[in-house]
Design a binder for this molecule. Sequence first.
Ligand SMILES: Cc1cc2nc3c(=O)[nH]c(=O)nc-3n(C[C@H](O)[C@H](O)[C@H](O)COP(=O)(O)O)c2cc1C
Length: 213
Amino acid sequence: MSDTAPIEHPRWLTGGDFTEAEEPVRLFAAWFAEAARAEPINPDAMTLATIGADGSPNARMVLLKGFDERGFVFYTNLDSVKGHELAAVPKAALTFYWKSLQRQVRVRGSVEPVAAEEADAYFATRARMAQIGAWASKQSAALESRLAFEKAVARYTAKFAIGAVPRPPHWSGYRVVPYEIEFWHERPFRLHDRITFTRAAPTAPWSKSRLYP
Ligand SMILES: Cc1cc2nc3c(=O)[nH]c(=O)nc-3n(C[C@H](O)[C@H](O)[C@H](O)COP(=O)(O)O)c2cc1C
């Protein structure tokens, strides 16, 4: 007989109504785990929306590389368009859509750089060719030809022929520290379920409300 108490899963996590969840990070973790099983390609893909220095919006896909109570982490080239936009206005919105589950999650938050050690640790897990690509790509700058990029890849492949590839100084991660996380689940006849969690500060408790679809 086991002497450890059985793990108590809340009802919303075991097939019950997700709108009963009282905290968003555990709910996100449950949905993300289901998405990982349901979506054959890139369940970790999310739209990242940023604001340009002139106030105009911009959006593109990136991959979620970590999340916890502190926020949602992605990696990129700091000299890219998004990198410059986030340097000017450190705020972002993320949107996940898992088609197979008919679920959407929206996140809004402030953005901060991840610690150098955290970025180093993630960079070390990337395939060697992806590490070399991070050195060779001047992400978002004009590229005269595919050949020019291939030459840059060849140059860095030769440069880092031996030993570990270090993380480029222009490549790191950002953490979106959420103040709002919304969960949406499709229901018949567009009578969808929608709940949103908001908090006044990263240390403040979450408060939940249900929204009209
Ligand atoms: C599914 C998918 C995942 C992507 N993941 C990333 C990523 O994690 N980091 C990244 O810098 N670009 C990623 N990209 C490329 C970006 O969408 C974008 O083209 C690139 O980052 C340049 O964006 P920017 O010019 O706005 O900075 C991804 C694209 C797709 C379609």
